[in-house]
Structure formats: C-alpha cells, structure tokens
Design a protein around this ligand. Structure first.
Ligand SMILES: Nc1ncnc2c1ncn2[C@@H]1O[C@H](COP(=O)(O)OP(=O)(O)O)[C@@H](O)[C@H]1O
Ligand SMILES: [Mg+2]
Length: 395
C-alpha cells in the first residue's frame, strides 16, 4: 500500500474502530514505536482520541461511514476495538485488500455467542458448559429443560453481561427469555441457554498470532486470573494461582480456538474453572480488559503485542517480569467532567500507578480508570490495588 509523506519515522499507520480505554493504550504503544494513529468512535473525546494523531466521530454501525474513512486514511491495519461495528463492511473491506485485525470473520464470529460456541465446541471440540439455542418462548422452554436448571440465558449478541438472566425453574423461563432478548444488541431474538456452573475462578489466556520468519506463529502467555463478583470486570492479577495442569489445559484450548479464528493479533480467551472442569467460555478478538494488568506485569503489554502483530513487527517470547494486579475505578452516578479525589493518597502506596481513561462523562458503574500495582507476590499486589482503588472517589 502506498501513501503520502509519512508523519512519523517508519511510515506505518493504524486505524482503530472503537476508541475506548483499550484503544487508548494501543495508540500510546503505537506512538512509542513511531506509528501514526487514527481513532474512530461514536462520541467525541473518547479515551483513544486524547492521544491519537487524528480522530473521526461516526456511527460505526453505519458501513458507508466506515468505508469512507478507511478509504480516505488508507491505514496499514484496521483494528476492531469494540464489538458494535458493521462487520459486513469489514468483510467487504477485507475482500478489497484492507488488513482487518485480527480478521473480519473472527470479529464477526466472536461477537455472536451462537457462532462462537459452535466453532469452539462443535468444530474445534474444546470443553464448554452444556448449551442450547432458542429463538422463542417455546424453544426456550425446551432448551432450558434440555440443559437443566439453573441455567443462564444470554442474548446471541450483547457484551458486558447485558441480558444475562439466571433461570432457576420452568416457570421462570418465559419471563427470563423476554428479559434476556430485551437487552440484545440488534434485532436478533436468539439466546444461548447455558448450564449454570459454580465458578471457582476465571482465567484469561492472552494468545497471539504473529509473523515469525515469514509464517504465522501462535503463542500463549502465562494466564491472568480474575474475579467477577458481578457481571463486570473488577480485579485481575498475573501470574494466576491455579495448578500447572489447569494452566496447561487452558493454554491448549486457547491455542486451538484462536488458530481456528485465524488472522493476526492478540486474543483474550476466557476460561472458567469449575471443580475439575476447565471450560472454554468466550474469546475477545482484541486485547482484553482483564489484561490491563499487563501494563504492570509483562515486558511487552497486550496492547503493544496487538499493534506489533497487526503490522508484522517481531514479538519475542513475552515474559511476566513481576507479580501484578489491576483493580477498576468505577463511577457511582451520572455526571459530566468528573473529578477524582484522593489520587495522591493512592499514589503514596509503593508500587501503585493509576491509569485514568479520560472519559468525558460518567454513569453508575462506568469504568473510569484502573489502579495497577506490583508486589512480591500476587496477594500483595492485589491488596495494594484494592486499597488504592478504594481510596479514589469519582465526583
Ligand atoms: N455458564 C455460566 N455459569 C456460571 N457463570 C457464568 C456462565 N457463563 C458466564 N458466567 C459468568 O458471567 C461472566 C460474563 O459472561 P460472558 O459469557 O463472558 O459474557 P460477556 O460477553 O458479557 O463478558 C463470566 O465471566 C462468568 O463470570
Ligand atoms: Mg466475557
């Protein structure tokens, strides 16, 4: 691909569809490597826009808007940073020679729980919870009975726990089905009904596909462990505390699923550990929110790995340099131009750093930043991150 006089040394350019906190870190890492950056999102002043060379504010479900921007910018790689993108436009663009990261089909598959589950459980054959699909009340009743109670309903397309409904018995099915589909993204009325398992712990296996001596190689990183007292991300740490056997199985399942998805870049493979079962749950075809911890723990963060992989830059084996933890800083209510109180108290704890995303407004439970902490072991790191985040107030 040819383009005009490069703004920066090596003349490479990435364009991000989605400019949230994960995108912001990718832009920072890209700029450190001398790469030009363009940030796109549906609202102005989104986190990555604070640091990118240029920005566009458009509805990313509008295919013609995306096509126009990509044609105009002609980037070396288009990085899908969120799920809510017109994925058919990405497929077209890829057909025309645009490099979509990791690839357009992987982006489309991963945003759809039905397609992803079929790929992982039926095609690749990794273990998952028992599941069935349903598109109306009648099918939902059958699916729930087949899977067994309690079961968890999730819309085919949704993220961050939206529309997850726990159904405990047959008389809750209809209401649960209606509730779940009411939170779906798009028009689909299909839900996945999953066996509800007791979650002992959860892992994210960061898995990356990159060019190595002319061919694509897949590698996994020492898993991250995380806790979700509710449906949203609260805390993660690395290395994990699970057994070597669980780690080995998780890394194997992650490699197999990611190789089926293909393309270039990093993937966050979510694994649920329940008793002696190690279950593939889902995968993000991009850096993962639990992987924010890698900003403190690894020699190359998940964000830099994604950018390097996208542009074909080398990625030597990634190492975890220190035990570290990350804890979210959440808003409690709705406001514009929030301020952050007690940051100096948090920063006075040795080994603690903060990363505020710079979102222009808040709402209840909106993630506004994270605390990163390192320690001699993960318990110390977790204690410090938890303590520091509890000190900070969003007002
Ligand atoms: N079948 C299940 N049984 C018990 N808990 C589950 C199950 N599926 C998901 N969860 C819990 O809900 C969280 C969110 O589910 P997930 O499928 O990852 O949806 P999302 O796309 O919203 O992240 C998981 O991280 C896990 O803690
Ligand atoms: Mg998830």
């Amino acid at each position: 691909m040819e383009f005009g006089t490069p703004l920066v040394g090596n003349g490479k350019k990435i364009l991000l569809l989605g400019s949230g906190e994960l995108g912001k870190e990718m832009v920072i890492e890209a700029q450190r490597m001398g790469i030009e950056t363009v940030a796109v999102d549906r609202y102005d002043m989104a986190p990555a826009m604070h640091v990118a060379h240029r920005k566009y504010v458009v509805d990313m479900l509008n295919g013609s808007a995306i096509r126009a921007i990509i044609k105009r910018e002609n980037p070396d790689a288009v990085i899908a940073e969120i799920e809510a993108i017109d994925t058919d436009a990405l497929l077209d663009l890829e057909d025309q020679g645009v490099r979509v990261i990791p690839n357009a089909n992987a982006v489309k598959t991963c945003m759809n729980r039905m397609q992803l589950r079929k790929l992982a459980a039926e095609k690749v054959g990794v273990p998952t919870t028992r599941y069935a699909f349903a598109s109306d009340e009648e099918e939902a009743r059958r699916a729930c009975k087949e899977v067994g109670f309690p079961c968890l309903l999730k819309p085919e397309m949704s993220s961050s726990g939206h529309g997850h409904v726990l159904v405990k018995s047959e008389d809750e099915v209809e209401k649960g089905f209606r509730e779940s589909v009411s939170h779906a993204r798009g028009k689909s009325r299909t839900v996945i009904v999953e066996e509800y398992v007791k979650v002992d712990t959860e892992l994210t296996v960061l898995t990356y596909r990159h060019m190595n001596n002319g061919s694509i190689e897949t590698r996994t990183i020492e898993p991250i462990e995380h806790q979700r007292p509710s449906y949203y991300y609260v805390e993660s740490w690395q290395p994990s505390t699970v057994s070597q056997e669980v780690i080995a199985r998780s890394r194997e399942y992650a490699t197999r699923v990611v190789n089926e998805l293909g393309g270039l870049g990093i993937f966050g493979v979510e694994i649920i550990v329940s008793g002696n079962r190690v279950l593939f749950s889902e995968v993000s075809p991009r850096p993962h929110d639990t992987g924010l911890v890698t900003l403190a723990s690894q020699d190359i963060s998940e964000f830099q790995i994604h950018v390097r992989a996208a542009l074909g830059l080398p990625i030597p084996q990634v190492r975890v340099l220190t035990p570290a933890a990350s804890h979210v800083i959440l808003a409690q209510y709705e406001t514009w131009a929030p301020s952050y109180l007690n940051v100096e108290k948090a920063l006075s704890i040795p080994g603690v750093q903060v990363r505020f995303f710079g979102k222009p407004s808040t709402y209840d439970k909106r993630r506004m930043g994270v605390v990163l902490a390192n320690g001699n072991d993960v318990n110390e790191a977790r204690d410090k991150a938890r303590k520091a985040s509890s000190l900070i107030l969003v007002k």
